[in-house]
Design a protein around this ligand. Structure first.
Ligand SMILES: *[C@@H]1O[C@H](CO)[C@@H](O)[C@H](O)[C@H]1NC(C)=O
Ligand SMILES: *[C@@H]1O[C@H](CO)[C@@H](O)[C@H](O)[C@H]1NC(C)=O
Ligand SMILES: *[C@@H]1O[C@H](CO)[C@@H](O)[C@H](O)[C@H]1NC(C)=O
Ligand SMILES: *[C@@H]1O[C@H](CO)[C@@H](O)[C@H](O)[C@H]1NC(C)=O
Ligand SMILES: *[C@@H]1O[C@H](CO)[C@@H](O)[C@H](O)[C@H]1NC(C)=O
Ligand SMILES: *[C@@H]1O[C@H](CO)[C@@H](O)[C@H](O)[C@H]1NC(C)=O
Ligand SMILES: *[C@@H]1O[C@H](CO)[C@@H](O)[C@H](O)[C@H]1NC(C)=O
Ligand SMILES: *[C@@H]1O[C@H](CO)[C@@H](O)[C@H](O)[C@H]1NC(C)=O
Ligand SMILES: *[C@@H]1O[C@H](CO)[C@@H](O)[C@H](O)[C@H]1NC(C)=O
Length: 563
């Protein structure tokens, strides 16, 4: 059989075989293209699985650990402004080996009530200024700032208290300024939360160990279940990663991909634990020594305040510190921001206020306390059992007769919970986009306690995405009442300081105020409400404080309500 036909010494394949050659050529081409595709597969970053998460291959190893995605120029500008507004003084480098000798020592430090500028007596309406001088463990004055201080003025008998405003002069001297708001005795308390040196370590942790709290997810197919680690940012490894970044809000979330299971097989989320032994600086976090310790007074620690005089020239502080948002008197919180806080002492008073309203709460367990408070105080408000885990919800309660509907749902990840369905992890911004709103709708949220250990930019962006949703809500339904619960000081253990420190919370409080400034939203100033109260600082404040918070909330909802 001859394959070639030759004519004048030019040989060509027989016409029939040309076809075969063509087919072989096309086949080779197809294989070649497939190879190219395969090649891209191996190099490539993302394989899109319709409908849900995407798989990220090890190429991702080259992204910076916990680098958040770039912002638009406007957002970047705002983020920078927020970051500037929370700038904390540079804190001293840590001595090596660590010795407390040169670090701030509350026992050696003192505060002094400065004399009234004119006259002898203190009157209601005056500003009381206290000078705080920090010393180290060797009794030498500190020369730099950055110590974390809290101050309050109080009188237990009168059930009175107000938070002070601290100014850091960056030379080891600080001032605390208080408004004098009640008649009688008022005692100053100054607490060192952390020496400035501890802030150095808290800062390092957030940069180097943002994943010191980690999460787990279970993945399930009909054959088997696997568990992997999840977080806001995952350290690059050889393992591919599932990218659960929310497409609507842009909120990042990742899990290591389970072997032989799809990213879509994720069923649950829970608190994976804490990385331990990340610090060798435990000495800087000692309860009773340099963490959450009162600083003694060098002289008298209290003043007697007289009733306002006619024609009194008020002594105001020189630098115009922000006014406190309110104060306690007889155990009752009185706002100073123009809100009249009414007392809703009976269930019928609360019911009258909430009649015909829908109240949607979103947030962490400190938000859930409010749901629980209403659920416990209103006999006609019945919780409907949705069989949902309490820690994430959704929770729902209904007073059918009075047409009151209250819901609560946890905020999206990161959320330290028991094992809960990942399907129930909803971002507040997305939830708000599903609320029609209106004058019978109240939206309340509190989101702070689960963000301490992550880069602050992550929290700023979370709040910015919630704000965008609030702006959309208020523009489509301007009558909607929006209330935000701020974070509060709490008690924490030396190891807990790295995930729960008041310094982290305080920085995030400032972020929250900056991001929501100028919007038609109401703040419940939990930071000051816990700080000013005589009960101990607690992540979950005790009932007398919650009652006051609820009174503020209800006063926002029912401003006309008297009694
Ligand atoms: C502590 O302070 C002393 C006196 O100012 C100084 O000589 C010493 O170098 C300091 N030590 C450390 C570890 O910073
Ligand atoms: C700390 O001060 C004590 C007492 O003055 C001294 O004996 C000790 O060497 C100092 N430690 C350091 C690390 O400087
Ligand atoms: C620190 O700075 C403040 C304000 O400038 C000043 O009043 C105070 O005297 C300074 N303290 C020391 C110890 O230098
Ligand atoms: C509170 O003030 C009253 C009236 O001035 C005073 O009698 C009482 O001792 C004060 N109580 C405390 C705990 O300071
Ligand atoms: C994760 O997915 C989001 C949204 O698709 C994308 O913008 C982001 O770049 C991805 N991140 C990584 C690390 O792959
Ligand atoms: C995954 O599947 C492959 C092939 O289906 C199998 O060879 C491998 O052992 C599986 N790996 C695991 C960890 O089950
Ligand atoms: C942390 O360190 C301490 C002692 O330095 C040790 O007793 C403890 O077992 C360590 N914990 C972990 C989880 O490694
Ligand atoms: C609501 O109240 C009911 C009845 O007292 C109680 O069983 C339920 O646990 C409460 N729910 C919450 C979330 O506290
Ligand atoms: C509500 O309770 C507070 C604190 O117990 C009390 O001071 C106030 O008088 C009460 N108000 C009403 C209207 O009952």
């Amino acid at each position: 059989m001859k394959l070639l036909v030759c004519k004048h010494s030019i040989c060509l394949p027989k016409p029939g075989y040309i076809f075969v050659f063509l087919i072989v050529f096309v086949l080779i081409l197809i294989i070649y293209i497939m190879d190219i595709l395969d090649f891209w597969d191996k190099l490539d970053i993302t394989i899109i699985i319709p409908g849900a998460a995407t798989v990220t291959q090890p190429a991702d190893m080259y992204y910076n650990f916990c680098k958040l995605k770039p912002l638009s120029p406007e957002e970047a500008l705002e983020e920078n402004l927020v970051l500037e507004s929370i700038a904390w003084p540079t804190t001293p480098p840590l001595p090596s080996p660590l010795s407390l000798n040169n670090t701030s020592d509350p026992a050696h430090s003192t505060f002094t009530i400065l004399p009234r500028k004119r006259g002898e007596q203190w009157y209601i309406g005056d500003k009381l200024e206290v000078m705080i001088k920090m010393y180290d463990f060797q009794g030498r004055p500190k020369k730099s700032g950055g110590d974390v201080l809290l101050a309050r003025l109080h009188n237990l008998t009168l059930g009175a208290g107000v938070a002070g405003h601290i100014t850091d002069y960056l030379n080891g001297t600080y001032s605390a300024v208080f408004s004098l708001l009640w008649e009688g005795s008022a005692q100053v308390q100054v607490i060192l939360v952390h020496p400035s040196e501890a802030v150095t370590e808290l800062r390092r942790m957030n940069i180097e160990e943002p994943d010191r709290i980690f999460f787990k997810s279970q993945f399930r197919s009909s054959l088997f279940t696997r568990t992997t680690t999840c977080n806001v940012c995952l350290r690059p490894t050889e393992q591919p990663v599932c990218n659960y970044t929310d497409l609507r809000t842009g909120e990042p979330w990742f899990c290591y991909k389970p072997t032989n299971l799809s990213c879509n097989a994720r069923i649950s989320n829970y608190n994976g634990g804490y990385k331990k032994n990340l610090t060798t600086m435990e000495k800087l976090f000692q309860r009773g020594i340099n963490m959450k310790v009162s600083i003694p007074a060098s002289g008298p620690a209290s003043v007697t305040v007289l009733p306002k005089q006619k024609g009194q020239s008020e002594v105001s502080s020189s630098s115009g510190e922000p006014e406190p948002s309110g104060y306690y008197y007889q155990g009752v919180w009185r706002a100073l921001d123009g809100t009249t806080v009414h007392q809703f002492n009976t269930s019928s008073a609360i019911t009258q206020c909430l009649k015909g309203k829908v109240i949607h709460m979103y947030g962490d367990s400190t938000m859930r306390q409010w749901f629980e408070y209403l659920n416990a105080s209103l006999p006609d408000l019945k919780e409907f059992n949705l069989h949902s885990p309490k820690s994430i919800g959704p929770l729902m309660a209904l007073d059918y007769a009075n047409n009151i509907f209250v819901t609560h749902r946890a905020h999206g990840p990161p959320l330290r919970t028991v094992n809960v369905p990942s399907m129930e992890l909803h971002y507040i911004a997305n939830e708000l986009d599903n609320v029609v709103g209106g004058s019978n709708t109240v939206v309340v949220f509190g989101i702070w306690a689960h963000f301490d250990n992550f880069p602050i930019e992550f929290y700023i962006r979370r709040l910015m995405s919630i704000r965008r949703a609030v702006v959309r809500l208020l523009s489509r339904a301007p009558g909607t009442v929006v209330v935000i619960r701020t974070g509060n000081p709490k008690s924490f253990t030396p190891s807990g300081a790295f995930v729960n420190s008041d310094w982290y919370t305080f920085q995030r409080l400032k972020v929250l105020k900056a991001v929501f400034k100028g919007l038609n939203v109401h703040l419940v100033h939990s930071w000051e409400m816990v700080l000013a109260h005589h009960l101990p600082h607690n992540m979950h404040p005790q009932p007398p404080i919650i009652k006051n918070m609820i009174n503020v909330l209800l006063s926002y909802i029912c401003p006309q309500k008297v009694g």
